[in-house]
Ligand binder design. Structure first.
Ligand SMILES: Nc1ncnc2c1ncn2[C@@H]1O[C@H](COP(=O)(O)OP(=O)(O)O)[C@@H](O)[C@H]1O
Ligand SMILES: [Mg+2]
Length: 361
């Protein structure tokens, strides 16, 4: 049967209605649709989709969605839908028997990539990422910190660095040096009057990928990624762009935050990124005047959640005035006060991360 309206464009538009399973973005804008052939004479069409995943439910979901959408094109003929499944960058993690220390990142020269993530904003993820990076450096590791939050880059502020970055001969971005670690933030690239909030989904994906690939990190033991809050498209992009060795989830102890942390854990599980552990931030408060401890958001939330997620509670960071001030004045607590119990807790968290990564001491 002839089908004059059947064009590649029509097929592509139709496939825009198919979401990547579990996410809000469609498979076309994610770049999964690699080939479309539409034959107006016969009404037949061929679509090739490439997806990187270990989870069989993902290609199945895409197949079901795409088939239903394509069959909905009036007068369509035979549909040849091909789904190629590639190994995701984190594929090695799925075996379970693989030693963490053996796994390779995709970024040349970088031994381990760790994401610091949270289900929601404002739980202190950037604070934990910055202090964890510095604590790892204090254990003798060569460390980089990359602020991947395009909408609210705060790492630059936390380190008091605003120097614009320059490119090397290969047009790769040279990160800033700050307090002995290599630092890269979207804030170094965007001028303050550029409003990143206007960036739309596909553009954010592309920027994030470039951002991750085009930085010349040099030799690093650990690259810490401060992920944007949430479990949406940007997080998925990052997880699909680099081979993460693992993720550290930051949460506060309230039930509401724990629910979001669970979403984060499930996103990493779906994408085969091992959970290295949980950091409970704003855990409790020690009154400076009396030394009395207050469990403002209740006690034991992080502990229970770690058990529930079958992961470790890497540490508990209390609500602390100096920690907040350190972040605001460009000198994170781990650097600003080596004697602080908070610094000790971040050192413990760093040791825990090293252990989970299989890094030798
Ligand atoms: N343990 C803490 N004690 C006191 N203030 C904190 C603590 N952790 C984070 N903060 C403060 O809370 C605010 C949000 O923290 P931030 O790290 O930017 O969160 P996120 O990156 O999750 O949005 C910042 O002002 C930060 O200084
Ligand atoms: Mg942040």
């Amino acid at each position: 049967m002839s089908h004059p309206a059947l064009t590649e464009e029509l097929v592509r538009e139709t496939l825009r209605g198919v979401k990547y399973p579990g996410f809000s973005r469609d498979i076309v804008s994610f770049g999964l649709v690699r080939e479309i052939q539409a034959d107006a004479a016969s009404g037949n069409l061929m679509v090739r989709i490439v997806v990187a995943t270990n989870d069989p439910r993902v290609p199945q979901g895409i197949k079901d969605g795409a088939t239903a959408a394509l069959e909905g094109i009036p007068g369509v003929g035979e549909i040849d839908l091909r789904i190629d499944i590639q190994n995701p960058p984190n594929a090695q993690a799925s075996g379970g028997g693989v030693q963490a220390g053996e796994r390779q990142s995709e970024i040349p020269g970088v031994k381990h990539i760790v994401a610091v993530a949270s289900g929601k904003g404002g739980v202190g993820k950037s604070t934990v990422a910055a202090n964890l990076a510095l604590a790892l450096a204090a254990t003798g590791a060569k460390v980089g910190l990359c602020d991947c939050d395009l909408y609210g880059p705060s790492v630059a502020l936390m380190f008091g660095v605003r120097a614009p970055v320059v490119a090397d001969d290969d047009e790769r971005i040279i990160p800033n040096d700050a307090h002995g670690i290599k630092l890269m933030s979207m804030a170094f690239l965007l001028s303050s009057d550029e409003a990143p909030a206007v960036l739309r989904g596909p553009m954010v994906t592309r920027l994030t990928q470039q951002f991750l690939r085009q930085v010349n990190w040099g030799e690093l033991d650990v690259l810490v990624l401060d992920l944007p809050p949430g479990t949406g498209d940007i997080q998925l992009t990052i997880v699909q762009t680099v081979a993460l060795d693992g993720a550290v989830l930051v949460t506060t102890p309230q039930e509401m935050a724990l629910i979001d942390a669970r979403k984060g854990a499930s996103m990493f599980a779906k994408t085969n990124v091992p959970l290295l552990g949980l950091v409970e931030n704003m855990s409790y408060f020690v009154c400076p005047d009396t030394g009395k401890r207050y469990d403002i958001f209740g006690a034991g939330g992080g502990e229970r959640e770690a058990a529930r997620l079958r992961t470790k509670l890497l540490g508990q960071v209390p609500l602390d005035i100096a920690t907040r001030e350190g972040g605001d004045r460009g000198l994170p607590i781990v650097l600003g006060d080596r004697q602080s119990p908070i610094t000790a807790e971040f050192m413990k968290i760093a040791q825990g991360v090293r252990k989970e990564l299989g890094m030798d001491f």
